[in-house]
Design a protein around this ligand. Sequence first.
Ligand code: KG4
Ligand code: ZN
Length: 370
Amino acid sequence: MQHPPQVQTLTVLGVESSCDDTSAAVVRWSEGRPAEVMSNVVADQAELHARFGGVVPEIAARAHTEKLDLSVEAALTEASVSLSELDAIAVTAGPGLIGGVMAGVMFAKGLAAGTGLPLIGVNHLAGHALTPRLTDGLPFPYLVLLASGGHCQFLVVAAPDRFHRLGGTIDDAPGEAFDKTARLLALPQPGGPSVEATARDGDPRRFAFPRPLLDRPGCDLSFSGLKTALLRARDDCIRQHGGLRARDRADLCASFQAAVAEVLSEKARRAILQYIQSAPVSPAMAVAGGVAANAEIRGRLEAICNELGVRFLAPPIRLCTDNAAMIAWAGIERMRIGRIDESALSARPRWPLDSSQAAMLGSGKKGAKA
Ligand code: KG4
Ligand code: ZN
């Protein structure tokens, strides 16, 4: 008697709590089919941190503890999946704010013990870096630019557990620079969207802000000097006109955004040139992280890719910013290569993806950049 061929299917619950979003998601992968995000519940804590002007780690950790079980319940309900239908639980085990990471890991350990499901500790950065495979089935090796409020690095992704860092920020992350700029100009948080909106009416050539590290070879970046330049330019405006006019604010935002976009795209060009030396069959660069939502930055990166004959990929924003679907997917990738190491599962504030290199300096308001 002939049996139909067995199609391997994996259904994984993802849990993410490394920063200020509590998220739970169910992702299903079946051999030969595109992966399916069955649910992706994100509870943000923006309101809780708003009056402090940044993420307060203790408040974040407590809020995660309160929201984790509710988020998981909502994710299972939305996906119409019961605990018994899951193949594993994947949880962010770092890098990030340690209180939040611990809350997630402890919760997931409890759920794994109660259900008997295997537990996979996932590197948060691996989640971001593997997202283009969840959304587009992108083949290895590809280049990814991770640019958010806590991270900034160029990575060549060669396998689910093999990453090579070509460069990264030596101080602030670009999202952090947008947030600080918004604060200096009394614009609402998160800074990225409000600076982008204000820049729309501005002149990007009025202020000649620095292009940090462009004069040095390599793909490392720096953003902390930009905010000092912005602060000086703002104070000059206030001195000249007795206050900050709407036009000054728009020009400051536009000039700042132009500087970030130019630095990111020029460094991306260098990263792409390094990456294509390894002669990938179908070269591709993807973006991840909240900063990828910026239309000017995305447009400039896309233009460089077109110029160099490299496919450009920008996953939908809800999968670019922090979410648990990417953690579930990274868990699936690890299961597919048989890399589940439950015993090593402990929360880590720092966890560089490319262990062959020294960790990057800097530790932004949203935790370690690793
Ligand atoms: O990836 P994400 O949600 O969280 C982490 O930081 O991990 O990224 C949030 C960051 C914030 O700093 C926010 O200001 C920035 O991404 N961001 C933007 C835009 N939208 C969000 N930056 C520039 N332009 C935007 N449109
Ligand atoms: Zn992130």
